[in-house]
Design a protein around this ligand. Sequence first.
Ligand code: ATP
Ligand code: MG
Length: 443
Amino acid sequence: MAKAMKIAIVDDEQDMRQSISQWLALSGFDTETFATAEEALKRIGPDYPGVVVSDVRMPGMDGMAFLKRLMSQDSALPVIIITGHGDVPMAVEAMRVGAFDFLEKPFNPDQMTELAKKATQKRRLALDARALRRDLSGGTQIMDKLIGASPAMERLREDILDLGQADGHVLIDGETGTGKTLAAHALHAVGARASKPFVLVQCGAYPADEMSTQLFEGDPDAAVLPLVEQARGGTLCLEDIEALDSNVQARLLTFINDQGSPAETRIVAVSNLQEQGKTSEDVLRPDLFYRLAAMRITLPPLRQRGEDILQLFTRFADQFADEYGCEAPEVGAQEAAQLLQAPWPGNVRQLTNVAERAVLQSRRGSGTIASLLMAESESVEPVMTTEGKPLKEYVEAFERMLIDNTMRRHKGSIVSVMEELCLPRRTLNEKMAKYGLQRSDYL
Ligand SMILES: Nc1ncnc2c1ncn2[C@@H]1O[C@H](COP(=O)(O)OP(=O)(O)OP(=O)(O)O)[C@@H](O)[C@H]1O
Ligand SMILES: [Mg+2]
């Protein structure tokens, strides 16, 4: 059942505002009254969940000025203006400024109820549409944050969109730094729960007893709701689920079973696969695992997203260069090859760190990306990985980056790029089209 819409009644005459209020309250509206426009403005903001009924002639700010203020902060707010008998020019002016409708004194209370019904219906539709738009744009924004065009990332995006629409509990796993937390946020943001709470819990943050209390009991003395309640209707994201004590896992299972389906609170469990070769199946109670794993998203390690590495590095380096107010370091052929072949045990997070240090280094004018990467890997010899990566992918990623960098340096001068890369114009055009590079972006 939708919440009753509010009606704000603004009139300097006490009798008048009380009789309107009583009448509308009898018709099921949630009314509030104000003696002045100034007072009303303190309570009526841009997303006011209702409509306004206002007299025109009032001391202080009059009804017309009030209407203009309301329209400037939210032009979709329905305002019903009450005018004096025969005050036609005033009524015309109010409609021109954006009033929903006007009523001439004295009016029939049923007329008022009719108008209020129409106005609140319109308001509800407008607010719903607005919330939906906001949710969608929030969802797109977070999806835009997920960089990468490799098949693994494309699949991840599809999974997030699909599961985001579904209602069941989800298990997200993957190695450290692969973007699990980002994916959990995205899952919430693209779905119907986007406007509801997203509550994130670090399961390893407290000892078992305390964790259990926080999750399921809260603290009635301090008026703190249990976390499962705080997330009601939305998403409860349990980070590092494997850190939950087995008894607490059992309690979580009971909570899930009691909820039935569709679940009111969606559980998104995030499991960190620290040791390679271990899966979340090994670290969770089997009963809980089977309950959660019906919908599962596994973040691919960075070393399996070969072609994304350079794109991620360039984007992060650009961001840090912006932040530190300097130029991003140039990535030459050799550096690109090294970035592509590094093992990246810390995945995307490690890549952001390397990008930041590369920017700081280049600002000082010392050091190379190669030396950074060497320092990162524990072994003395550079570790080469070719895990599941066809040579063609490396070559293409590299080619794209090289053309992109050269176009940037020459600010979109095709002739200079042709010369530097020794490419005929036609080949350059073909390659740019293939990689989605546009000259206009470099001018
Ligand atoms: N595909 C991506 N595009 C852009 N940034 C990403 C991507 N994946 C991860 N990141 C960034 O990398 C960092 C690590 O991501 P995140 O914290 O989501 O990883 P995680 O798997 O949850 O790590 P942990 O195992 O430590 O919890 C964050 O700064 C995140 O914004
Ligand atoms: Mg995380």
